[in-house]
Design a protein around this ligand. Structure first.
Ligand code: F6P
Length: 326
């Protein structure tokens, strides 16, 4: 290892990514590394958009949402030729290790790069979805969940005032962590998530027992549910229950923005320090996970092969207190 290390953010941005970049940069420099920032994720890596990072470059960023390095979703990096281009850019500069902050798709590319070349890749989990295997926590989840909870609380005020049923769409293409835990935190009635089947039946059953005592009903739909998005689900249900006053609210990308919570800043910072320590310890091709409030090492090959999903028991539990039995 020559202690020349690149850092990039990839895939969907998540609040707290800046804290991770800052920690990796400062811990690296403090341990004698030369640190290089890569702009716009793998797209910038392939184009050679790489610059030397100094400690002051990461000053004043920890409180900002998004990622100051910017990010991208790259089709080209999925190809061998794309990854070869990326390798050449790193090799030309003598960079032999790369810290990638991102989610599942980003780590699939990172794992392939480390298998095909002599670049050592260390992953840091950054996605609001919290859906990565091998870690209890991904950077951005806490901030996004709080943003969602605040939004649903506001919707509930107006829903209560009109005895309405609201379908609220939250992010979560493959996993329902945001949907399920915002259901718990907001006292919502139903969470429709990608992990479960027969969700329409569940919603119908719930609405058929609805009476005037229910000032409002909040049904949270993860965008990747098997029944379709919240619009599709709500339109179907409106056909089944023409007399119920139904409204739809899609929270969208506001869930990804905003100043990171203290938890996101802190976990991201410790993960960043752990990533540099892993390089010093000669660890290869791993993700820094978070278990029992401590950083752990998980092989990247395992992270990309396995799934982390909400269990059926967790959903039952979340929904069991969202309503009362007469
Ligand atoms: O970052 C993950 C995620 O937020 C998913 O929940 C969502 O499906 C996706 O990103 C949206 O990505 P994009 O910004 O590319 O539309």
């Amino acid at each position: 290892m020559n202690r020349k290390t690149g850092i990039l953010t990839s895939g969907g941005d998540a609040p707290g990514m800046n804290a991770a970049i800052r920690a990796v940069t400062r811990a690296g420099i403090n341990n004698g590394f030369e640190m290089f920032g890569v702009r716009k994720g793998y797209t910038g890596l392939m184009a050679g958009d790489i610059f030397r990072l100094e400690p002051l470059d990461v000053s004043g960023v920890i409180q900002n949402g998004g990622t100051f390095l910017q990010t991208s979703r790259s089709e080209e990096f999925r190809t061998v030729a794309g990854r070869r281009r990326a390798y050449e850019q790193l090799h030309e500069r003598g960079i032999d290790s790369l810290v990638v902050i991102g989610g599942d798709g980003s780590f699939t590319g990172a794992n392939l790069l480390s298998m095909e070349t002599d670049i050592n890749v260390i992953g840091i989990p950054g996605t609001i979805d919290n859906d990565l295997y091998g870690t209890d926590y991904t950077i951005g989840y806490d901030t996004a969940l709080n943003t969602v909870v605040q939004a649903i609380d506001k919707i509930k005020d107006t829903a209560n005032s009109h005895n309405r049923v609201f379908f609220i769409e939250v992010m979560g293409r493959d996993a329902g962590f945001i949907a399920m835990n915002s259901c718990v935190a907001c006292g919502a009635e139903v969470a429709v998530i990608p992990e479960e089947d027969n969700q329409l039946e569940k919603v119908r059953k719930h609405l058929s027992t609805r009476d005037d005592k229910n000032r409002s009903t909040i049904i949270i739909v993860a965008e990747g549910s098997k029944e379709g998005d919240a619009r599709t689900v709500s339109e179907q249900i409106q056909k089944d229950f023409p007399n119920i006053d139904i409204r739809l609210s899609i929270l969208g990308h506001m869930q990804r923005g905003g100043s990171p919570s203290a938890k996101d800043r802190i976990v991201a910072s410790y993960m960043g320090i752990a990533a540099i320590q892993a390089l010093l310890d000669n660890q290869k091709s791993i993700m820094i996970g978070w278990k029992n409030e401590q950083p752990v090492h998980v092989p990247l090959s395992k992270v990309v092969k396995m799934n982390k999903q909400v269990s059926h028991e967790e959903v039952l539990c979340a929904e069991s207190i969202g309503t009362f039995q007469n």
